[in-house]
Every structure is written in structure tokens, then in C-alpha cells.
Ligand binder design. Structure first.
Ligand SMILES: Nc1nc2c(c(=O)[nH]1)N[C@H]1C(S)=C(S)[C@@H](COP(=O)(O)OP(=O)(O)OC[C@H]3O[C@@H](n4cnc5c(=O)[nH]c(N)nc54)[C@H](O)[C@@H]3O)O[C@H]1N2
Ligand SMILES: Nc1nc2c(c(=O)[nH]1)N[C@H]1C(S)=C(S)[C@@H](COP(=O)(O)OP(=O)(O)OC[C@H]3O[C@@H](n4cnc5c(=O)[nH]c(N)nc54)[C@H](O)[C@@H]3O)O[C@H]1N2
Ligand code: SF4
Ligand SMILES: [Mo]
Length: 691
């Protein structure tokens, strides 16, 4: 028996980017374990990824190219050879591109976060073709652009130093479920006497373990931050010296005046909490050192998500929290990597050869697939050519994109040519003309950045590709050859790509290979003396693009849309289920068994008035659609807010629906992102008629 251990990295869209050791026995991966030597991972993987071999060797893996043999969306396919599939796909793409290459749209997100298997060869391919560009907004662009508008880049604290904080605000994050390795450091701080406060409409498993839980209404975080600023100001808790030296001197006075309009009673009214909660939170934050905030993307999926992130991101500057390495804020660390990544080398924008293709926002794919050529858009511009071909990889838009009734209608178009690179027959793959089998993380080489820590990582291929699966890179390489693309860059192999991914002076590939990871050189307390990566080194308040931040109410709330709220009085958020990762793992039975079935959590008071008993099937509905699931009357739901845990595969849910049946395509204030958690609904027993 031949047993080896291979160094890998978790590919998933998770801030933790764990280092993994894969045990391989006679060519088969039999076990994955967290690497005990990698500081953020320290030996532990989450429940989901501990099942990675089960997912990889799943009997339903797509292992051969498949061609549609039934009506669109029927999920009926027959096996074809790679040669036939690639020749036919290239022929179709060539014919469309000959009319206008912008009619071809790549659609991809973070099924793998690997720099090589996401946007390297694929980006080269679509750049050379001149296809439409994709605005990748579905997750984090509201908060990400807001953070960059404040600090100049997506930068923040080191994960490890949360262990030394005395106060941690866990804001819009269910860390135990979605950022487990941060939670380990937060627990260390708690054991050393730190206070932990969770700010989240849902009483999550993380809220259960914090000292305090502030259950505000969805989309009201900006008001809470303004209220905190007001208390910090009137009580003399500002670090005046830090503010004077490191905060935008023109913008702050305007914002201070604005904050003074937010006394605790007004904040309490808007946020649906008590004035004492506002006062207490501000006092803790203004008087405890070092104080740290772990902000996560859960709170920016609403209309005002960008403004809210800007307001919260200013708080550590106002109290000088950055002076200490255990103080400050982390939303994303990806900006630290931006300086060392060489995306130009990987993606080769020069292949566009001066063309400037139009950009399609991935969050409005539902509307955009249904648009006619040159249709006039709401902003007065013209749409350009109709989308005639869609190439999907690393994403499952039919399940995860908002307003899925329209997304499905678009994918069902008979005149749309759809190719999906996948591991499984997802809801999206069901709607393809061709499904091409892709390798998993155990079967290909990759390198990784992280958005939750500051280590560059390697993922070695542990086993040979299963069946006829190929890495995304190889599929695009072969497609490029079929298309007649002759540039030498289409011959680069994965190792050549991996060697080019990072700037050699900072992250040397051979060093990465030898040790598994390389920590980026970043000071322990990077902004102790200011020096933010903005033009003038100061934290920005009055941004040239977005002005001075303010509270922006939800599209859909009792205050902002009273007529709508009379018909649909409950706010629905749809945060991730702990044992799934977005829609990944829903088909892994051992994990689906833990989650049970699609459910909506309601507060007892909201259930009572509607005649809903716990465990009963209910319809959650609004004008956009109706979602059938099981009701759970639960203290995890606050009055007026229901929690529809995501993101189930539609076909594995009840009646072929999931939560995105209810969400809409309106975009956030900053970052052009979806507002998934800005959504009014009502709930009824499933058998009752809906009036
Ligand atoms: N297990 C698991 N882990 C994951 C994921 C997953 O699907 N499952 N998803 C991954 C992805 S894609 C991402 S982007 C990251 C980060 O992913 P996030 O989506 O940030 O994940 P959560 O930590 O669950 O944060 C959502 C939390 O925000 C809360 N929330 C909702 N609306 C509001 C609001 O208006 N205000 C406030 N304060 N809170 C609100 C929700 O109740 C929930 O507890 O996590 C990743 N990790
Ligand atoms: N209602 C609601 N909707 C949401 C969210 C929510 O909180 N509520 N969260 C949103 C967020 S934060 C995000 S990030 C998006 C996530 O949306 P997606 O990025 O689409 O994430 P997944 O649903 O995990 O789908 C990823 C797919 O990529 C495939 N894949 C993985 N690795 C590879 C590979 O190497 N090659 C190929 N070809 N395929 C691969 C997987 O099998 C999987 O089917 O969903 C969003 N949708
Ligand atoms: S999903 Fe997150 S916590 Fe789980 S193994 Fe991957 S990086 Fe680690
Ligand atoms: Mo995400």
C-alpha cells in the first residue's frame, strides 16, 4: 500500500482559506485534515470540507461531457466525446462571435477561489474572443467598494490578533458557521476576559455564545453606526489626536453634524432595538481598548449596504482603535493580496486588443437574459446585442442569483446556447446544452489568496482527474485551440500559470511549494500611525464618488415602502446554512441530512397570528414568487423578521423552489450588488389559499 500526504488549500468562498493535508492511498484521496502548522487553520477544517472526499467521489459526479437530449431545462443528457463536444461548442461560439462576440457571456464566480482555476485561462479565452465582460458583484462588491472608498483598499487587521482584543463586535457575521477560524481567535479573547457583542437580526449560534446580542432590523446598521458616532462625540470618547492626524479633515465635520441628528431614541426606533442598547454599545466601544470589529458581508446585502459599511469602517478611526494591533476592523484582507498578485499576467487584458466590450452585471442576469438587442435600459443607454451564448463555470446562478423566476425563464430560452463546466448536475447544469466535467480541488494545481487572512497558499493536485474530468484551464486551452487562437499564452500549462500568479519578490512559487504558504509582509498594527492606502494617507469621509456617508433605508421596509409592507409585513433575510457553502454541498447527503430540509424560522408571535404551527409546510411569498418550505418557530427569529436559510438546490427543495424565488434584482447604493436581505414577504400555511 502506498500512502502519501499532499498539501492542499480549501477552494471555497470562505474567508478562512484553510491549509489542508490530503492523505492519498494508492491514488485515492481517503482523508482531508486541517494543517496543524498553518496558524489560521491550526489543524481544524469545518464539517463541510471534512467531507470533501465524499463530495469528490460522489456517485453523481459528472465525469464525461454531456449533450442535451431533452427539452431545455429537462436535465436529460447523453454522453458525448470531448472531441465532439469541443468541436460543436467552438463552432457555435464562432458563428455567434462572427456577428458580435459580445453576444457571448462568461458567467463565473467563486466555486473555486483558486487564482488559476478561476480567472486565468478562462479570462484569456474570453478576452481574445472579445466577449462581454462580467461585473462580479453577487457577494461582496457593496462592502468591498465601500471599504476601499474609506481606506483606499480592502485591508484590515490580522486575524490572529483578535485573540488579544478586549472588546469584539461581530457585526453581520455568523462566525461559527461561516468564519470558524476567526471564531477560534474570538474565543481565545473571550477566555482572556474580552466582551463579545453580536450585531445581527438573527439569533445565530454565534449570537448564543456572545455576551450580548443586538437584534436590529435588517438594513439598519448605518443608523446604529451614526448613533454610536453621536454618543462617542457627545461623551468625549473620540481619539481627537488620531482623528486630527489621520481622518479626512474636510469630511468629518459634516459627518459629525449628521451623526448629532441621531440620538439613541431615534436610532432605537429605526433599528427596532432599545435606546439603552445603543448607549451601552457606544460606551463599550468608546471606553474599551483595544476594541476590534469583525464586519462581514451579511450586513451589506441591502440597499444601503455600502453606506453602512462606510459608516462602520470609520468607527475604529474615531476612537483610535488602530493604534493597537488587536484593535481596528476586518471586513476583507483581499486588498493586501492585490499588491502581490499579477492578474495582468494571468488574465492578459492585452488580448482585448483595444476593444472595450460591454459589461453585464451578474446580479441582474435574470433581466439581462430576457433583454432584446439594443433595448433601451433604465439609465437611457442601449443594451447591445442580445445574449446568445452563456459559458458558466464556478457558479450555480439558477440557484444563487436573485429573482430566480426570471433567471429560470432566461435559462429556458430556446435560442440561448449554454455551456456549463461543473462537478455535478446542478440547477444550472440542468439548463445547459453542454455540460463539461471539471476537476475538483483534489485533482488540479492551484494557488490561493485569502480574504480573511494574509497567507498565500498552494494547492497541489493530490489525485489524477476522475473519469474524463479536466481542469477549467485545460478545457479553455482546448477550446482556444478549436477556435484557432494561436497566441503562445494559450499553451501555458498550470504550473506556468501558478508561477506567474504572484509577484516573485514577495511570494516565490518554489517557496510556496516547499512550505505550503507564505505570509505577506504586513506590519502588526498597519495603521497605528495612519498611512491608509488612500491618496493622502488619511481615512476618507467625503469620497469624491459617493459623498459623505449617510443612513440609506431598505428598498423594502415598513418605513420606506408602507403600502408594500401592508401586504407583505415580514422582512426576510436568507443567510447561509451552516452545512452548505452557498449552493455547494447541498447534494452531499450526509450534510443535507444535518440541515434536514428547506426551512424558514419565524418568531412565535408572527406564527401565531397566521395560524402556523412549528414543523408545518408553509408558503413564503411576495409579488415575485412563492417558496414552499417548512416553518420552524424559533427564538432565532426576531419579531417581524423571518430567516429563510439558503441556498438550497431548487430541485432538492420542495416544489422545485428556493429562497431566491422571493429576492429581487435591485442593486445596492455602492458596488452594484444584489440586495438579497432587503426583501418583504408574508407566510401562510401551505394549504391555505393566498389572497
Ligand atoms: N457555512 C458557510 N460558510 C460560508 C458561506 C456559506 O454559505 N456557508 N458563505 C461564504 C460566503 S460566500 C461569504 S461571502 C462569507 C461571508 O458570508 P456571510 O454571508 O457574511 O455569512 P454570515 O457570516 O452567515 O453572515 C450573514 C449574517 O448576517 C446577518 N444579517 C443579515 N442581514 C443583516 C443586516 O441587515 N445587518 C446585520 N448586522 N446582519 C445581518 C445574518 O443573519 C447572518 O447571520 O462566508 C462564507 N462562508
Ligand atoms: N438568497 C441568497 N442568495 C445568495 C446568497 C445569500 O446569502 N442569500 N449568497 C450570495 C453569495 S455571498 C454568493 S458568494 C453567491 C455564490 O454563488 P456561487 O459562486 O455560484 O456559489 P455556489 O452556489 O457554491 O456554486 C459554485 C459552483 O461551482 C462549482 N465548482 C466548484 N469548483 C469548480 C471548479 O473547479 N470548476 C468548475 N467548473 N466548477 C466548480 C461547484 O460545483 C458549484 O456548483 O450566492 C449568492 N446568493
Ligand atoms: S469552508 Fe472555510 S472553514 Fe471550511 S475548510 Fe474551507 S476555508 Fe476552512
Ligand atoms: Mo459570498
Amino acid at each position: 500500500m502506498n500512502t502519501t500526504t499532499v498539501r492542499a488549500a480549501c477552494p471555497h468562498d470562505c474567508p478562512d482559506t484553510c491549509a489542508i493535508r490530503v492523505t492519498v492511498q494508492d491514488g485515492r484521496a481517503i482523508k482531508v485534515q486541517g494543517d496543524p502548522d498553518h496558524p489560521p487553520t491550526h489543524g481544524a477544517l469545518c464539517t463541510k470540507v471534512a467531507r470533501y472526499p465524499e463530495r469528490t467521489y460522489h456517485p453523481e459526479r459528472v465525469l464525461h461531457p454531456m449533450k442535451r437530449s431533452g427539452p431545455k431545462g429537462s436535465g436529460r443528457f447523453t454522453r458525448v466525446s470531448w472531441a465532439e463536444a469541443l468541436a460543436d461548442i467552438a463552432g457555435r461560439l464562432k458563428a455567434i462571435a462572427a456577428r458580435d462576440p459580445q453576444a457571448v457571456l462568461p458567467y463565473s464566480y467563486a466555486g473555486t477561489m483558486g487564482l488559476i482555476q478561476s480567472e486565468s485561462m478562462a479570462a484569456r479565452f474570453f478576452n481574445k474572443l472579445g466577449a462581454s465582460l462580467l461585473d462580479r458583484t453577487i457577494c461582496s462588491s457593496a462592502g468591498g467598494e465601500a471599504l476601499a472608498a474609506t481606506y483606499g483598499a480592502k485591508v484590515g487587521m490580522h486575524l490572529e490578533f483578535y485573540a488579544e482584543s478586549r472588546l469584539i463586535l461581530i457585526w453581520g457575521s455568523n462566525s461559527i458557521a461561516s468564519n470558524l477560524h476567526f471564531w477560534t481567535f474570538a474565543q481565545a479573547a473571550k477566555r482572556a476576559g474580552a466582551k463579545l457583542v453580536c450585531i445581527d437580526p438573527r439569533k445565530t449560534e454565534t449570537a448564543d455564545k456572545c455576551h450580548q446580542h443586538i437584534a436590529l432590523l435588517p438594513g439598519t446598521d448605518g443608523a446604529l453606526a451614526l448613533g454610536m458616532m453621536r454618543e462617542l462625540t457627545v461623551n468625549g470618547w473620540l481619539d481627537d489626536a488620531y482623528v486630527a492626524r489621520h481622518v479626512d479633515a474636510a469630511g468629518w465635520p459634516t459627518l459629525r453634524e449628521r451623526a448629532l441628528q441621531w440620538p439613541p431614541e431615534r436610532v432605537a426606533e429605526v433599528c427596532g432595538i432599545t435606546a439603552d442598547e445603543v448607549r451601552g454599545l457606544a460606551r463599550d466601544y468608546g471606553t474599551t481598548r483595544p476594541a476590534a470589529i469583525r464586519l462581514n458581508y451579511g450586513m451589506q446585502r441591502v440597499r444601503g449596504g455600502g453606506n453602512a459599511v462606510r459608516l462602520i469602517a470609520l468607527l475604529p478611526c474615531l476612537v483610535g482603535a488602530w493604534r493597537h494591533r488587536a484593535g481596528g476592523l476586518l471586513l476583507s484582507s483581499s486588498g493586501w493580496f492585490k499588491r502581490v498578485r499579477d492578474d495582468t499576467a494571468l488574465q492578459r487584458p492585452d488580448l482585448l486588443a483595444g476593444r472595450r466590450p460591454r459589461t453585464i452585471n451578474m446580479s441582474t442576469i435574470g433581466d439581462d437574459l430576457l433583454r432584446q438587442a439594443h433595448e433601451v435600459l433604465p439609465d437611457g443607454t442601449a443594451f447591445g446585442p442580445k445574449i446568445e451564448a452563456l459559458v458558466v463555470y464556478n457558479s450555480n446562478p439558477v440557484a444563487v442569483a436573485p429573482d430566480s423566476t426570471r433567471v429560470v425563464r432566461g435559462f429556458l430560452r430556446e435560442d440561448l446556447f449554454t455551456v456549463v463546466l461543473e462537478h455535478f448536475m446542478t440547477d444550472t447544469a440542468d439548463h445547459a446544452d453542454y455540460v463539461l466535467p471539471a476537476t475538483t480541488q483534489l485533482e488540479h494545481l492551484d494557488v490561493h489568496a485569502s480574504y480573511g487572512h494574509t497567507y498565500a497558499m498552494i494547492n497541489e493536485a493530490a489525485v489524477a482527474p476522475l473519469g474524463e474530468a479536466k481542469p477549467n484551464t485545460q478545457i479553455f486551452r482546448e477550446l482556444a485551440a478549436q477556435m484557432g487562437f494561436t497566441e503562445p499564452c494559450f499553451a501555458d500549462d498550470d504550473e506556468a500559470l501558478a508561477r506567474a500568479a504572484f509577484k516573485r519578490e514577495v511570494v516565490d512559487f518554489d517557496a510556496l511549494r516547499a512550505s505550503g504558504w507564505v505570509k505577506l509582509p504586513i506590519a502588526d498594527a498597519p495603521f497605528a500611525d495612519g498611512g491608509f492606502p488612500t491618496a493622502d494617507g488619511r481615512c476618507s469621509v467625503d469620497s469624491p464618488e459617493f459623498g459623505v456617508p449617510d443612513f440609506v433605508a431598505n428598498y423594502e421596509s415598513a418605513a420606506s415602502a408602507p403600502e408594500l409592507a401592508r401586504r407583505y409585513p415580514l422582512a426576510m433575510i436568507s443567510p447561509p446554512a451552516r452545512n452548505f457553502l452557498n449552493s455547494s454541498f447541498v447534494n452531499v447527503k450526509s450534510l443535507r441530512d444535518i440541515e434536514g430540509e428547506p426551512l424558514v424560522e419565524l418568531h412565535a408571535a408572527d406564527a401565531r397570528g397566521r395560524g402556523i404551527a412549528s414543523g408545518q409546510m408553509v408558503r413564503v411569498f411576495n409579488d415575485r414568487g412563492s417558496y414552499l418550505c417548512r416553518a420552524r418557530i424559533s427564538p432565532r427569529a426576531r419579531p417581524g423578521v423571518v430567516n429563510g436559510l439558503g441556498v438550497w438546490w431548487r430541485k432538492l427543495g420542495a416544489a422545485g423552489t428556493n429562497v431566491n424565488e422571493l429576492t429581487h434584482q435591485r442593486l445596492t447604493d455602492i458596488g452594484r450588488a444584489p440586495s438579497f436581505y432587503d426583501c418583504l414577504v408574508d407566510v401562510r400555511p401551505a394549504d391555505a389559499a393566498v389572497s
